[in-house]
Design a protein around this ligand. Structure first.
Ligand code: SF4
Ligand code: SF4
Length: 440
């Protein structure tokens, strides 16, 4: 068979070496992606026939390659969706041992699903990569466990701030595992709460539940206050679960199905206790996991909060103060590829008179945040973020808006310390800040 593509790209070719941190110092064995590595019959029974069947849906046309962020920066087939699907197929069929090179290529996928969105053959890439990691029993590391525990996250952010302030961090660096050091460097202080003049109307629209999640309960506190203010102005009673469990997305993407199921079950229980008629989610990264599992548990519908607000019958009765500002709207991959709600965000922002909403080019294109990816794979994440910030900076916005908490932290980290850098906020925070009245 003629090779599909220049195969067997290795670090020694200099392709991977162009990405700092992409293990350029580790020699990679050549990966042939057009046929099985040894051309022989499977060495053992399929480890996962269902996974193999999913991977077999890929006709290897390569149309997804230009949309894959890791392929774009590496030009390495093994860093592409087609390459990762080939790896999954071989591992599932027993023809390839999951060695460190293969695992790294699978781990370096951002789970952005841009490949799935553009695939003409409807290949379910998200299911393929999740099943592959689950089959390999990849466990979320310490970073993921710390991130999903709000109390520990707050403590860690305080320790990180102290270390940075006292310049101890560089001196202590050598004693910390690399991922912990990166975590301490990259988690900011908890977000400030937002002083919002609440214009309540008597609740006559029923009760809705606002899901806070784990990381967002620490870094999107202003967003949650804004969502509450807007919903109350429309006449809803807003219930917020006391508990702030994780939706399970971080564990599931890492391949730990059991931990993910445990976490999302805890989230479903916390939601059920509130008795809301709908569950509203403001962080796009939490949406997919919650939508599927709350529905399976027979709970209320999970709705993107922007869609809920934009389609509310009373939204036209709310008035917003004019704001002469230019806002760059960053669309997270999860907002476009999983939630599928973009028009409602634009429609809401269009309600603020004088606000100019700037379109960031090439969206969705992952900024590198991708759950805990910006901590686990900082070199790739920072390169993707720098490209994104260059695009955003070309329009000199007054504020950057994003609907996912991870993107917010990662983009803000990239802007910190730059002269005249715009703040990074959630669109709902801007709306609530400009809100003038409650719906009659
Ligand atoms: S995932 Fe879809 S677009 Fe990508 S190579 Fe396979 S069939 Fe083609
Ligand atoms: S999910 Fe994103 S990073 Fe992963 S293969 Fe698809 S496009 Fe590439």
């Amino acid at each position: 068979m003629r090779p599909l593509l220049a195969t067997g790209r290795t670090a020694s070719t200099g392709v991977n070496a162009s990405i700092p941190g992409m293990a350029a110092d580790t020699p990679e064995p050549a990966l042939r992606l057009d046929s099985a590595p040894d051309g022989k019959a499977p060495a053992r029974a399929p480890a996962d026939g269902a996974l193999q069947a999913l991977a077999d849906q890929c006709v290897m046309c390569g149309l997804c390659l230009p949309h894959c962020p890791t392929y774009r920066i590496s030009l390495d087939e093994a860093e592409s969706p087609r390459g990762r699907i080939a790896l999954a197929r071989w591992i599932a069929s027993g023809r390839l041992e999951p060695d460190p090179t293969a695992l790294r290529h699978l781990d370096q996928c951002l789970d952005c699903l841009s490949c799935q969105t553009v695939c003409p053959s409807d290949v379910r890439y998200g299911e393929i990569i999740t099943r592959t990691r689950a089959m390999l029993r990849r466990r979320p590391g310490l970073v993921a466990r710390l991130l999903t525990d709000p109390a520990r996250l707050v403590a860690l952010a305080r320790i990180g701030a102290l270390l940075k302030a006292d310049r101890w961090l560089p001196r202590l660096s050598r004693w910390l595992p690399p991922s912990l050091r990166t975590l301490a460097e990259r988690v900011p202080a908890a977000s400030a709460t937002m002083p919002i003049a609440r214009s309540r109307t008597a609740p006559d629209r029923g009760r809705v539940t606002l899901f806070r999640g784990c990381v967002a309960s620490v870094y999107d506190r202003d967003t949650h206050e804004a969502a509450r203010a807007l919903l109350e102005a429309l006449g809803y009673e807003v219930a917020v679960p006391e508990d702030t469990p994780c939706c399970g997305a971080l564990a599931r993407h890492a391949g730990d199905t059991e931990a993910a199921d445990r976490e999302v079950a805890r989230a479903c229980a916390a939601i059920a206790e509130t008795g809301g008629e709908a569950v509203l989610v403001s962080a796009s990264g939490c949406f997919g996991e919650l939508r599927d599992h709350v529905a399976r548990a027979g709970g209320p519908s999970v709705v993107d909060v922007h869609a809920f607000l934009a389609r509310d019958a009373r939204i036209g009765a709310l008035r917003f103060r004019p704001l002469s500002a230019r806002a760059a709207l960053h669309l997270p991959c999860t907002q476009v590829n999983v939630v599928g709600e973009v028009a409602s965000i634009r429609a809401l922002l269009a309600r603020i008179p004088a606000l100019i909403v700037l379109a960031v080019p090439e969206q969705p294109r992952c900024c590198g945040a991708a759950g805990n990816y910006f901590i686990e794979h900082p070199a790739i994440a920072d390169r993707l973020r720098d490209e994104k910030l260059t695009q955003i900076g070309a329009d000199a916005p007054d504020v950057v808006l994003t609907t996912n908490v991870g993107c917010r932290i990662h983009l803000a980290n990239g802007l910190r310390g730059r002269a005249g850098a715009p703040p990074v906020r959630h669109p709902l925070a801007l709306l609530a800040q400009q809100l003038e009245n409650a719906a009659p």
